[in-house]
Design a protein around this ligand. Sequence first.
Ligand code: APR
Length: 173
Amino acid sequence: MGARITLVRGDITTQEVDAIVNAANSGLLGGGGVDGAIHRAGGPAILEECRQLRATTLRDGLPTGQAVATTAGNLPARHLIHTVGPVYATSTDRTELLVSAYRESLRVADELGARTVAFPAISAGVYGWPMDDAARIAVETTGSTPTAVEEVRFVLFGDEAYTAFTRAAEHAG
Ligand code: APR
């Protein structure tokens, strides 16, 4: 069955859940936005494990739409799942890659036995995805993907995101 969806306005690095999802880039070696906040709060152990992945199983980086788990370091979560959302483009529809980022994160969460998972608004920041559409895709995808995860908690950093996700959740029923 699908997971229950909850919305929180706040900072994903403070969420006490089984797994926190990071909106990473393919390089997996940190960045700005939620990626930067997670590495800052989680500490160097995360980057160390990301470097090991780049040196072994992910030599070419993490492809868009895929997900991989590392230690959560000092974060108040047992696991950290990195996923790469698509950069928004008007010339081509990359919706399926954003859908994949959520689905693959849930698949990895299931592999880890995670029952509560916190997600940011993937691709809705630096990657430029319009917030309303990002929220619709996020809520529809996580609400319809079979998973053993019991709670999908969207952690929204600002009012615009929180409002957009509230509307998307209401619309999804
Ligand atoms: N907690 C929750 N949400 C946050 C936090 C935080 N601490 N910091 C930022 N956000 C929100 C942003 O406001 C935005 O709504 O996360 C959403 C996703 O924005 P980004 O972090 O920019 O992620 P994305 O759009 O997927 O771009 C990924 O940005 O940070 C770099 O290294 C990252 O190159 C990658 C790219």
